[in-house]
Design a protein around this ligand. Structure first.
Ligand SMILES: [Zn+2]
Length: 134
């Protein structure tokens, strides 16, 4: 048993290990495998194996700097995507309480609270006043 553990440690030494990107690859692979349980598709099954092998390849890779930069790229993309998603979510929530109007003269967007009836809106950019129903 000791010898096995020794071999295992030796094998793991200098290997990259699990990161966020590998976890994503495994997750996609698992998802595809679950789908193939219900919808038999050789293509999806092969794709799942490709994702699985790629994640294992990255985990046991010795090219640590390259794997590290791959993971950074993935994290950057995820960060941007989540940022955009949160912006979208906030905008949807905002639509319930606020309305966006465009100034008829300069197209400046103006955000006003909903449910105030007919109000006069003054454009902060060109000072034009216009009446809108909120
Ligand atoms: Zn204006």
């Amino acid at each position: 048993m000791n010898k096995f553990r020794e071999k295992l440690t030796k094998f793991a030494q200098g290997r990259y290990g699990v990161d966020h990107f590998s976890k994503l690859l495994m997750f996609i692979s698992l998802l595809l495998l679950i789908i193939t349980l219900f919808w038999r598709s050789t293509l999806l099954y092969s794709l799942a194996l490709v994702f699985l092998f790629y994640s294992y390849f990255r985990i046991f890779s010795k090219n640590i700097s390259k794997r590290y930069s791959e993971n950074q790229t993935y994290l950057n993309i995820r960060y941007k995507f989540l940022g955009r998603f949160n912006q979208f979510k906030a905008r949807c929530k905002d639509q319930k309480t606020h309305k966006i109007f465009k100034c008829p003269s300069c197209r400046q967007k103006i955000r006003v609270p909903r449910g105030k009836g007919k109000i006069e809106i003054k454009c902060p950019k060109c000072r034009l006043s216009f009446i809108k129903n909120t």
